[in-house]
Design a protein around this ligand. Structure first.
Ligand code: FES
Ligand code: FE2
Length: 435
């Protein structure tokens, strides 16, 4: 990348992405500044910090953050940096505490961020300012939608609901799809992993309906053997119920259709989950309580949402799971999966919900590891920079493009094109471009 204006057209065209977009460390640095540390990013779900003093540590871009509910009941995003000499003040992934104490020289902060005490305070008498005013710095913007908490390190962002736009209705569907009482994140250690590839490969993949029939073919073949019927709802050209939806501001969804389940088209979470430990016995219980037909229909509806949603830049809602993508470097990404539970549901339903997502996305799952392998292969292949551009043109002629939004068939790449329209907009608008 040359100094001066960031020439977005060198990186993104209407139908392709230049490989430098995934491999150039300078592009990554600018993405952190202009996308992750200026715009809205997803931080966590309110149900992770239900009580006063609850916290979870995370990152906004490169910046360490404590997602904390203070003793005053407020949720804040406190930068995890001691005001003395910069050490992190909270090391744990999650917990509950009244104070955050820096272990370097002992400065102590309340869980609201306020500085509670400075060790050996007399030594600061002549420094010209009152050290006691040095609170932990909070992200200037923190807002929530249906329990999903977002933050921005820049005060100059539009209101969150404006940013989400039509994507908010997909969050509604995710939240309302089960018991009607909403969802909560199951507390405990989430499933976290890293891969050696650029973060955008994960964002593209969250709403990529083109790949499952190929990348996950062994899974669909196995399900077909098990059930005796073709089990691949994605790859029936012209028949698939799944639509690729591009929404405003880079958000996108693969949508099975409100009120429809994948089962109608051959994919059945009910059969997927049967392979998980303890699940077959629970399915039999439900079958004898409700009858086989009703059990299948009802459970398919509540153990998966029929949605893959990508909220730009770092949130995925995939069936019953919340997926958070954290860029670590240009070729390293950390992904965390948070299973959700239906509030007030039969515990057996929540058990099946967890197992259903593990069967595909777990560490030994039959689908998630396939995707990670593809991300790695892309990163290795994209190093062949002499080739230049990728092709992101599928459905370009047929997707109904309307303003920032569009709709295409299940394998259209209109969702990814929308993600890159937003990427361009943010990357093009940074300071120092000489304009
Ligand atoms: S760096 Fe925190 S007390 Fe010194
Ligand atoms: Fe996949």
């Amino acid at each position: 990348m040359t100094a001066g204006r960031f020439e977005v057209e060198r990186y993104v065209s209407p139908t392709g992405i230049h490989s430098d977009t995934y491999t150039d460390p300078e592009v990554f640095r600018l993405e952190m500044e202009r996308v992750f540390e200026s715009g809205w990013v997803y931080v966590g779900h309110e149900s992770e910090v239900p009580e006063k003093g609850d916290y979870r540590t995370t990152f906004m871009g490169r910046q360490p953050v404590i997602f904390a509910r203070g003793d005053d009941g407020e949720v804040r995003l406190l930068l995890n940096r001691c005001r003395h000499r910069g050490a992190t003040v909270c090391q744990d992934q999650a917990g509950n505490s009244t104070f955050f104490r820096c272990h370097y020289h002992g400065w102590t902060y309340k869980n609201t961020g306020e500085l509670a005490g400075v060790t050996l305070p007399d030594g600061y008498a002549a420094c010209g300012f009152d050290v006691k005013t040095l609170a932990l710095v909070a992200a200037p913007r923190c807002d929530r939608y249906r329990g999903f908490v977002f933050g921005s390190l820049s005060p100059a962002v539009e209101p969150l609901e404006e940013y989400l736009g039509p994507a908010a209705t997909y969050i509604d569907r995710f939240v309302d799809s089960g018991s009607g009482l909403g969802v909560r994140v199951r507390r405990g250690v989430p499933h976290r992993y890293r891969f050696r590839a650029n973060w955008k490969l994960q964002m593209e993949n969250t709403v990529d309906g083109y790949h499952p029939g190929f990348t996950h073919r062994s899974f669909f073949d196995m399900m077909a053997d098990q059930t005796g019927k073709k089990a691949n709802p994605y790859f029936k050209r012209g028949e698939s119920p799944i639509r690729s939806k591009a929404l405003r501001n880079g958000h996108a969804a693969l949508d099975f259709g409100a009120g429809r389940s994948a089962e109608e088209f051959g994919d059945t979470f009910y059969e997927r989950v049967r392979n998980a430990p303890g699940a077959a016995a629970i399915l039999e219980e439900f079958e004898s309580e409700l009858g086989a037909e009703v059990a299948r229909k009802e459970l398919n509806r509540v153990i998966a949402t029929g949605l893959n949603v990508a909220i730009f830049p770092n949130l995925g809602l995939i069936q019953s799971q919340i997926r958070v993508t954290r860029p670590v470097s240009v070729d390293e990404t950390e992904v965390t999966l948070y299973p959700t539970e239906l509030i007030g549901a039969d515990p057996r339903v929540n058990y099946l919900r967890r197992r259903a997502q593990e069967v595909f996305f777990g560490p030994a799952g039959m689908g998630g590891p396939d995707d990670v392998e593809m991300f790695r292969r892309c990163q290795v292949g994209l190093a062949a920079g002499a080739v230049g551009w990728t092709v992101l043109a599928r459905g370009y002629d047929t997707a109904i493009e309307e303003g920032d939004g569009s709709e295409g068939d299940f394998a259209a790449e209109n969702a990814q094109r929308a993600q890159y329209r937003q990427w361009r907009r943010l990357m093009d608008a940074g300071p120092g471009d000489g304009r």
